[in-house]
Ligand binder design. Sequence first.
Ligand code: PLP
Length: 394
Amino acid sequence: MTTADIIARSDRYLIPVYARAPLAIVRGEGTRVWDADGRSYLDFFSSTVVTALGHCHPAVVAAITAQAHRILHVSNLHYSEPQARLAELLVTHSFADRVFVCNSGAEANEAAIKLARRYGQRDGGGRFEIITALGSFHGRTLATITATGQEKVRVGFEPLPQGFRYVPFDDVAAVEAALSRQTVAIMVEPLQGEGGIRVPQPDYLRRLRELCDHHDLLLVLDEVQTGMGRTGPLFAYERARVKPDIVTLAKGLGGGVPIGAMLATERVAKGFDIGAHASTFGGNALTNAAAIAVIETLLGEGVLANCERMGERLRAGLERLRDKHAIIRDVRGQGLLLGAELAKPAAPVVERCRDAGLIINATVQTVLRLTPPLTVTADEIDEGLAILDRVLSP
Ligand code: PLP
């Protein structure tokens, strides 16, 4: 099919919830993708911050292929080797003692919200309220749109679940002021992604941890976007040197296949007993085999160090562009989760970049988001920066 055919069929048959660019991608390799008409692009968006190791990384493809020849799916009423190995890997390399494997970021957060409520209910405690941050994004299920600190995702879906309060991001005093006898958890992203690549003060998470310890609250970190090496370390919380109670993952975890996970300490995980939560596809053999390959590659082949180095290179390049083009107001982010705030709407710049062969995206109207794969090379970074420079030049 040509691009025109794919667009025509999609527009005819799909429920139109996405503002899609007129681009139909059919193949990918590393940082590069090809559209249905054979044109190639540099993918500095990693297909919505998903393909952490680039498109079709050989280790992920090999793991999926091998698993497909053995078994695709094992019921959660039986034991599954890939799920057991994935959980062991996640526990070994994180703060956590226990893992619940699911299929997406929203599901991981849904599980986290339910687990936090169980914590609040123990011993007849009756606490259920979760404080989240304005500008946050946590998913599209009913509970996660309610947790999300953006009004627009909730419009028309009322009545919403109760028990969420919003405070400004990066404001510990506001969290303290919002505490009530019903508060059980504080749930934030270590760095807001969809909210415009907003990096908090370096001591934000540590101060939230102190508040949680003082009031017996859970610190729930949504690392759906920041996790799996995206900001440099395997998890963003490592940079802040805090130990969370719950962390949620998805996006990069599967290297391109749909998977999510909720990680928790033993003390908190106890809230889920048999029958408390479940998912038919959670822990699926195929996706879990892919995630094992992602983690082993991330840890074993210098990918995290590459992310730090290439993140510095991209940031330095964006700062040079900021000095050259007045339209760039600010450059921010960590690792390869970077944003350039513009003085004007970002969408036309995203479009012109695409026409010139570079895929990036825009968040909150004015912020360009650049999230190349963690395996991106120096030449690819320079090529992407050169395209952006040309696009911004009058
Ligand atoms: N949490 C964060 C921080 C995200 O960025 C996203 C997606 O962008 C989600 C949750 C929702 O993940 P999913 O779309 O896999 O449900």
